[in-house]
Design a protein around this ligand. Structure first.
Ligand code: ADP
Ligand code: MG
Length: 251
């Protein structure tokens, strides 16, 4: 990873929410660089400010301080916990939505989406409706919809937490392969340590709110391959223990 270029630099990011009931400090001096093609996982206690960081990156929220700089004209794709597919639209129509909204729907971009659907096993469901698909397939559709606009960086906010355990393992493996094959960089928020360690190149551990970086782990495992296999690597448990201790959850 060392000789890869930076595509995103975040320096001293701060965020305070102002509401009628007062101020909530959500993020405090958060800094890191994302490398091209890198998969970074953010883990931290519930309510510590993880979603806030992603919302700032994709422009849904204003930052209160710090800088966010890009190498070039970086675009983001945002994928949420709920697949938020429209039930009354077909799979293809759902996947074309981002292109419609950004005014970039044409024969070529439409064909790109159809190719993605075919490549990732959804070719037979192009004219189906979301209710005919399993949870795992729906999440794959949501990912293809996010990829349709060819974003440089994917922001994934607990993308698998609505799925049952078995599906979750299969879908995380699936999403990982798709992102690697399409050469995407990604920042994924998760509270599942195993998911973070098995998928990420680096795991960033956040403190309690307002979040700062507590520790960063470069995940290096012997025989590292795909998420399901990575869980069996001998270094896995030791990463898990160290990150668990960092989280310092008082339960
Ligand atoms: P996480 O994703 O880590 O669970 P969030 O980033 O969603 O945490 O929230 C961090 C803190 O900011 C929480 O205390 C939350 O209540 C608060 N917060 C989040 N969004 C808003 C908002 N739009 N207005 C006010 N407070 C908010
Ligand atoms: Mg959140």
């Amino acid at each position: 990873m060392q000789n890869k270029k930076n595509i995103l630099s975040i320096r001293n990011l701060k965020k305070t929410y102002h509401t009628k009931r007062g101020e909530t400090k959500a993020v405090d001096t958060f800094s890191f660089n994302l490398l091209d093609g890198e998969f970074v996982a953010l883990v931290g206690p519930s309510g510590c400010g993880k979603s806030t960081i992603l919302s700032i990156l994709c422009g849904l929220e204003e930052k209160s301080g710090g800088t966010v700089s890009f190498e070039e004209d970086i675009t983001y794709g945002y994928m949420l916990q709920q697949d938020s597919l429209f039930e009354w639209k077909t799979i293809l129509e759902n996947c074309l939505l981002g292109l419609e909204i950004t005014g970039s729907l044409n024969d070529e971009t439409k064909q790109y989406v159809i190719d993605l659907l075919n490549t990732y096993g959804l070719g037979d469901f192009i004219d189906s409706y979301p209710s005919n698909l399993s949870g795992g397939m729906r999440q794959r559709v949501a990912l293809i919809r996010t990829l349709a606009t060819k974003p440089d960086i994917l922001l994934l906010d607990e993308p698998f937490s609505a799925l049952d355990y078995q599906t979750r393992l299969a879908v995380s493996d699936d999403v990982f392969r798709i992102l690697k094959k399409e050469h995407k960089s990604a920042i994924m928020v998760t509270h599942d340590l195993s998911e973070a360690i098995s998928m990420a190149d680096r795991v960033i551990v956040l403190s309690q709110r307002p979040c700062t970086i507590k520790n960063i782990y470069e995940i290096q495992m012997t025989g590292k391959s795909n998420p399901i296999e990575n869980r069996k690597c001998k270094e896995f448990a030791s990463y898990y223990d160290r990150i668990w201790k960092d989280l310092d959850l008082h339960v």
